[in-house]
Design a protein around this ligand. Structure first.
Ligand SMILES: [Fe+2]
Ligand SMILES: [Fe+2]
Length: 200
């Protein structure tokens, strides 16, 4: 049995796209994206959505920290947190559904050599979908227990808060890795072929 280290595509351990999917990225590195004439309206909108998910994910995490440090009133926290968490979860789920059903099939047809990259990204979506469910479940319990505990959180409320915090941290970490790799695969394709050329 050989001892060669196999490349891993695991969302938790990989550091980027595998080498065979990075060829176009070498020709179109990130620092040329913004000013490139083939970066069309669809790509710009899509990158903005990714930025929004990263920013909102960070803001939700920050709000949880404030709630745990008790620097924010519980009522104020709920008013801010609940609609934004719901928005984040539903929009992210929808974003992945549109990528899976609408965009990935177009890209897969456009370049057979990169087709397996979209299987990798779809696999990420499945992992992240389970993370979204875990975040929704643990958030529900966290909010319920925190509310019951009022100003003096006991062990149950603290455990519920930690379970939510763990689930949320896992989701955000995986989302950041996924989005970066997705951008590294798709934006160079768009710059190379243009949006009309790809039919998007
Ligand atoms: Fe995605
Ligand atoms: Fe995406």
């Amino acid at each position: 049995m050989g001892l060669a280290v196999k490349p891993t595509f695991d969302l938790d351990t990989r550091h980027g796209l595998p080498a065979d999917l990075r060829e176009l990225l070498l020709r179109y590195p990130r620092d040329v994206w913004t000013g490139h004439r083939n970066l069309g309206p669809t790509a710009r909108f899509w990158l903005q959505r990714h930025d929004m998910f990263r920013e909102l994910g960070g803001a939700l995490d920050e709000a949880l920290g404030q709630q745990r440090e008790q620097v924010i009133d519980l009522g104020q926290f709920r008013v801010w947190f609940v609609p934004r968490l719901n928005f984040f979860l539903t929009q992210l789920d929808e974003h992945h559904r549109i990528e899976d059903t609408h965009y990935f099939p177009v890209f897969q047809l456009a370049d057979a050599r990169l087709a397996h990259g979209f299987d990798l990204l779809e696999g990420d979506h499945e992992v992240i979908h389970r993370d979204l469910q875990a975040v929704a479940e643990t958030a529900g319990r966290f909010l319920q227990e925190t509310n019951l505990a009022g100003g003096k959180p006991g062990d149950t409320a603290r455990r519920a808060s930690e379970a939510y915090s763990d689930a949320s941290e896992r989701l955000l970490r995986r989302l950041v890795r996924h989005q970066e790799d997705e951008e590294d695969l798709i934006i160079p394709m768009i710059l190379d072929r243009s949006e009309p050329g790809l039919g998007i």
